[in-house]
Design a protein around this ligand. Structure first.
Ligand SMILES: Nc1ncnc2c1ncn2[C@@H]1O[C@H](COP(=O)(O)OP(=O)(O)OP(=O)(O)O)[C@@H](O)[C@H]1O
Length: 283
């Protein structure tokens, strides 16, 4: 059961507020649920989601296919209205966008050069030209795209295109980055390289990130906290604090006994949820 637009705005707007310095919670979800109506059938995508995300925290969400991860992210991006519950997001600096989204693929503009793609959000905000150029230059450098600044997306590999998406999101300088399986379509080598680059840029910027992934390895390598969701309808099954030291290097993380321990704990929960999802598909 959806909300009317006005009801929704009443729910969201008062909570996108300027924070006081002592406030640490950036995103708070209380009892969030979402139902979709298809023909006469109601599908509960997510239910009873309660979680708090701290300012500067890197959060990964893993869960079986179809458990509502994208729905949750779309609610955070305000592309979707929750059917129930309260979403609170603290907007600290009104000169910056509250959030930017990075999608799995097809998110770069094919008619724009790499440089123009990265500059897009800043240009739309009509920021001074030299400020835009400095930000673009910075992220071209950080993502190894300098040589391709004037190339068009069709001249780039899949990995390069995702770099452009990541560079654009960071250059836009949002307070919250919402990432929906951004590396899922990449081959293993490119995925590792981009994970390493993302972690490096994030460790410098410490933005609040919500990152959806199917990969337990990826979640542990990137996150401060991993939430595991239940199968349909999606609820939070468990949360894991990822207490691995930073800065992180992929080889060190993967070889550490703590990584193995976390992997096994998360997999034990996820395996049960994936099996449940399979059983309900067979019914
Ligand atoms: N716009 C929509 N209309 C109807 N049902 C929807 C809509 N969006 C999502 N759903 C349903 O809600 C449930 C959750 O979907 P969602 O895409 O959020 O899951 P997911 O965990 O991101 O899936 P995956 O891991 O496969 O990408 C699914 O049953 C899906 O069919």
């Amino acid at each position: 059961m959806g909300l009317l637009k006005e009801e929704y705005m009443n729910k969201i707007d008062p909570h996108i507020q300027q924070s006081q310095a002592h406030k640490k919670i950036k995103i708070s979800l209380k009892n969030i649920g979402k139902q979709f109506k298809i023909k006469n059938k109601i599908i509960t995508a997510i239910e009873n989601i309660d979680l708090d995300i701290q300012t500067g925290e890197f959060v990964c969400i893993v869960g079986p296919s179809g458990c509502g991860k994208t729905t949750l992210l779309r609610i955070l991006a305000q592309l979707e209205q929750p059917s129930e519950g309260t979403l609170t997001m603290v907007h600290d600096d009104l000169n910056k966008p509250l959030n930017s989204m990075v999608f799995q693929e097809h998110a770069v503009f094919p008619w724009m050069t790499v440089k123009k793609n990265i500059a897009y959000g800043l240009t739309m905000r009509k920021l001074p030209k030299d400020q835009v150029e400095a930000a673009v230059e910075h992220y071209l450098q950080k993502t190894g795209l300098k040589k391709f600044a004037n190339s068009y997306p069709h001249q780039l590999s899949g990995g390069m295109k995702q770099r452009v998406s990541v560079a654009r999101a960071f250059a836009n300088d949002p307070e919250i980055l919402l990432m929906d399986e951004p590396f899922a379509a990449l081959d293993e080598q490119n995925r590792i390289i981009l994970q390493q680059e993302l972690v490096r840029i994030w460790e410098e910027t410490r933005k609040t990130v919500v990152f959806i992934t199917h990969s337990i390895d990826e979640a542990i390598f990137l996150a401060d906290r991993v939430y595991v969701m239940t199968s349909h309808p999606g609820m939070i099954a468990r949360s894991f604090s990822i207490d691995l030291p930073r800065p992180r290097k992929i080889e060190q993380v993967r070889n550490s006994p703590r990584f193995q321990e976390l992997f096994n704990e998360i997999w034990n929960i996820l395996r049960m949820e994936v099996n449940k999802a399979k059983q309900s598909e067979m019914l």
